[in-house]
Design a protein around this ligand. Sequence first.
Ligand code: NAD
Length: 273
Amino acid sequence: MPPARLRLNDGHSIPQLGLGLWQVPEDSTASTVKTALDLGYRLVDGAAIYGNEVGQGEGIRASGLPRDEVFVTTKVWNSEQGYDRTLRAVDASLARLGLTHVELCLIHWPTPGRDRYLDTWRALIRAREDGKIRSIGVSNFMAPHLERLVGETGVVPVLNQIELNPRLQQAELRALHDRMGIVTQSWTPLGQGASFGAAPVRAAAARMGKSPAQVILRWHVQLGVSVIPRSTRVAGLTENLDVFDVCLTPEEMAAMATLDEGVRCGPDPMTFA
Ligand code: NAD
């Protein structure tokens, strides 16, 4: 069963589940992306800082899929923030990808200490007008950054990609996204395996005949968020995509909610520079 799609506030849509490319080695990225697309993935989440955009583009072309069937994400890195730098960074990403446009470009981190995300956002708006990016969004933005961005520019991001997993459930930020019309997308969705052994995960896995990772990915799907697990193994890619034929019960969803500890795996967006 293919991943469902979520509607974006600019009229486009995004596959609910895709492939994450962080830490995928450049020399195996093309084959990982092609394998994923062959298996049915249609969303590939990359970033300039991952150092593998050349392979990301090669894998997309090697799949033989029509360009409009693949949803490509990239991100502007912190050092490239600011109006002119961002315009150049978008062009450089497109050149590495070998593409004329991407479906989505995100500001990777707000880096409030640099205070350049407003100009960065204005550059993404310009690149969208120029046809280089179809939809524009952000990543790791907290409530004050989102509110300032929209207050100053009037342009609401289509999506905010944030750390989200059973130990960091982000209920408040998800509720704000819902109010603002922003899709939530989960990074490190498996939470480094920290909840694989938790009782609610094990119980649902046993009932559904699924793995702990599949239970957690299914939980993301039922939260209504988009999710981008990373695997480089065929078995892992296949397993992670195979979560659209089962359903957690309301009781199982409630049990999953008890796993929230507010603990991050990654950096704090308020201070990360
Ligand atoms: P993830 O939660 O996808 O976990 C990846 C790890 O889990 C790998 O070690 C992988 O081998 C293992 N794994 C994958 N499938 C498994 C399975 N079925 N069973 C057991 N283990 C499994 O973590 P991630 O890569 O940190 O996050 C996913 C993606 O999110 C990244 O690849 C990247 O695209 C994006 N990301 C974005 C940001 C950001 O700041 N915007 C930060 C981190 C990651």
